[in-house]
Ligand binder design. Structure first.
Ligand SMILES: NC(=O)c1ccc[n+]([C@@H]2O[C@H](COP(=O)([O-])OP(=O)(O)OC[C@H]3O[C@@H](n4cnc5c(N)ncnc54)[C@H](OP(=O)(O)O)[C@@H]3O)[C@@H](O)[C@H]2O)c1
Length: 292
């Protein structure tokens, strides 16, 4: 199975490249800027023509949530129009596409985890551009798997675990939000699940398997819960420690509005693909060990 991974330097793309090596049924070929640019239709066509993938996993995205408030046109261009161009080109060649999206398409007013069929009503420009991308991909390519996920952490790139460890080196006290929840997701666990999905999507004739899924670390956590776990694990491994204080998400200054609760229910992916995501805590120790 040849997988084109769109977006080579990103956290999920790097995890996919790493995890594909341990499977003997997969060759993952990652592409990214400048050779592959979602805003350039010819670069998309050249990549598909040159690689001839069996399936695409699209991780490439404009991910700057605050930047999207200042520049919604750019967010829309890359997250909706670029995604649609890739999905349509893939459809012309009969290639299925796995499109990564975000829990930030929900308004965050629901405390219980969101199901895949729950109404998406974004509260910021980033969420709007990602929702437009989901819809555009679904209408351009019937062989689509739209995969919403949550806060991604990984040993590479910049994420809340790497940022917290950096801050813990210099700050004695760090404030964390206790009344905003989401699903921390270890990029390595997500990559393994995506490779399973890709294997099932390739050559798939059962149209009922295509559609929208949630794939995130099992459980539900606040930023404070995650920070507590990270500091505990890093203290165990290196002695690095800091004290944490709780604040409300209303106290956080941000250029963009953020949904308050964005936990996701993974039931559908369990039922249809027998994919079970590990708990969100399970990757933290391994992730910290790799970072340290
Ligand atoms: N990170 C999270 O917490 C989170 C949460 C929920 C959902 N997701 C979703 O998961 C997916 C992967 O996230 P991630 O954390 O791996 O993202 P990431 O680390 O920010 O990487 C994004 C990648 O997209 C590439 N990219 C941006 N614009 C592009 C364009 N026009 N053409 C080609 N490549 C472009 C970037 O390339 P450059 O290196 O050239 O800038 C970068 O390599 C995204 O769809 C995101 O919406 C992420």
């Amino acid at each position: 199975m040849r997988i084109l991974v769109a977006g080579w330097h990103g956290q999920v793309a790097r995890a996919l490249s790493e995890r594909s090596v341990v499977r003997d049924d997969v060759t993952a070929i990652a592409v990214g800027r400048p050779a592959f640019d979602l805003s350039s239709q010819p670069s998309i066509g050249r990549s598909l023509f040159g690689i001839e993938p069996d399936v695409i996993i699209k991780t490439a995205t404009y991910t700057d949530v605050d930047g999207a408030e200042d520049n919604p046109d750019r967010a829309r261009q890359e997250n909706a129009i670029g995604a649609a161009n890739l999905a349509a080109d893939a459809a012309r060649r009969g290639i299925p596409i796995i499109h990564l999206s975000t829990a930030q398409v929900f308004d965050g007013n629901q405390i219980k985890p969101y199901m895949d069929q729950d109404l998406a009503e974004p509260v910021n420009s980033y969420g709007l551009s990602k929702l437009a991308g989901e819809r555009a991909v679904a209408s351009a390519n019937s062989k689509h798997l739209i995969v919403k996920t949550g806060w991604i952490y990984s040993p590479f790139g910049q994420n809340f675990v790497t940022t917290l460890l950096q801050r813990a080196r210099t700050q004695a006290n760090i404030d964390f939000v206790a009344d905003q929840t989401a699903l921390p997701t270890y990029s390595i666990h997500l990559a393994d699940a995506l490779l399973e999905l890709a294997a099932t999507a390739t050559g798939q004739q059962d149209k009922s398997l295509f559609g929208t899924y949630h794939l995130a670390g099992a459980g539900c956590a606040s930023g404070y819960d995650v920070a507590t776990k990270v500091i505990q694990a890093s203290a165990d491994q290196s002695g690095l420690a800091t004290s944490l204080r709780t604040i409300s998400y209303k106290e956080v200054e941000s250029r963009s509005r953020r949904p308050q609760h964005t936990c996701l229910d993974n039931t559908k992916v369990k039922e249809k693909f027998s994919i079970y995501m590990p708990n969100w805590q399970d990757g933290i120790e391994e992730c910290i060990k790799r970072i340290l």
